[in-house]
Design a protein around this ligand. Structure first.
Ligand code: NAD
Length: 255
């Protein structure tokens, strides 16, 4: 018996990185998984991996910033599985820029994916979970939602927003008696395509990677599974007394 057996779980940005690892782990722990992403080929490959291992999964094309996409995704989930128990609002983008170098267009692009996407995902998940006795929503913030970084103005703002929006939604759902828990996750640097791309933009990639490693007292970067384990904990009933909480998984970065 898996830790989330029989539950239906949606993971946004599940085609690669943390989202992919989370989708695979949720499936291994018994959930039926909805893989949602802009990238259809990679997303369908994740679905195949799950079904070949004996699990159940569905790919839905989703741009988290587009409300119509959310409506269509929720309709597809209802048609296939009839319910939603777990929603992982994971899709996000990184943009490096200070208060002086970030343009308004880049600022808005980051808030749109990282903040509007989480807002819409939480809102539609609450609507889908309410009639079926509750659920668990996990929003991907970051260490950058806890402490400032002079080079990540827009990203800092978006992830700080995710942190407090999560608490607002958690309190609302608790007060309404919906039995829906909402928590945020705060990873340190994890070696995913997002961070690989970030280091590739610098002339000395090895030095850039080492600079990131040095920020973590444990002496290495995290792996996608390090975060997936935390997400599955928050998705499962093991965390049934947690809502509005911040789960920090950062190798000591913020200690
Ligand atoms: P990634 O870039 O490796 O993967 C992100 C996925 O999201 C991709 O599959 C991409 O196609 C998808 N995506 C991007 N924009 C989308 C959109 N508008 N609609 C739907 N899907 C979209 O990223 P990752 O490193 O796995 O990060 C996942 C989450 O964790 C992000 O929210 C990120 O900010 C957060 N995070 C990552 C790190 C890290 O070090 N990797 C640290 C802290 C927080």
């Amino acid at each position: 018996m898996g830790r989330v057996s029989g539950k239906v779980a949606l993971v946004t940005g599940a085609s690669c990185g943390i989202g992919r690892a989370t989708a695979l782990l949720l499936a291994r722990e018994g959930a039926k998984v909805v893989v949602a992403d802009l990238k259809a080929d990679e997303g369908r490959a994740v679905v195949s991996e799950i079904t070949q291992a004996g699990g159940e999964a569905l790919f839905v094309p989703l741009n988290v910033t587009a409300e119509d996409d959310w409506k269509q995704a929720m309709a597809a989930i209802a048609a296939k599985f009839g319910r939603l128990d777990i929603a992982v609002n994971n899709a996000g983008i990184l943009y490096a820029g200070s208060v002086e170098t970030t343009s308004l267009a880049d600022w808005r692009r980051v808030q749109s994916v990282n903040l509007d996407g989480v807002f819409l995902g939480t809102r539609y998940a609450v609507e889908a979970m309410k009639p079926h006795g509750g659920g668990s929503i996990i929003n991907l913030s970051s260490i950058e939602g806890l402490v400032g970084d002079p080079t990540l103005a827009a990203y800092n703002a978006s992830k700080g927003g995710v942190r407090l929006f999560t608490k607002s939604a958690a309190l609302h759902c608790a007060k309404q008696g919906y039995r829906i828990r909402v928590n945020s996750i705060h990873p340190g640097y994890i070696w995913t395509p997002m961070v690989q791309g970030f280091t590739q933009e610098t002339p000395d990639q090895a030095a850039a990677r080492q600079k990131l490693i040095d920020l973590h007292p444990l002496g290495h970067l995290g792996e996608p599974d390090d975060i997936a384990y935390g997400i599955v904990f928050l998705a499962s009933d093991e965390s049934k007394f947690m809502t509005g909480s911040e789960l920090v998984i950062d190798g000591g970065y913020t200690a």
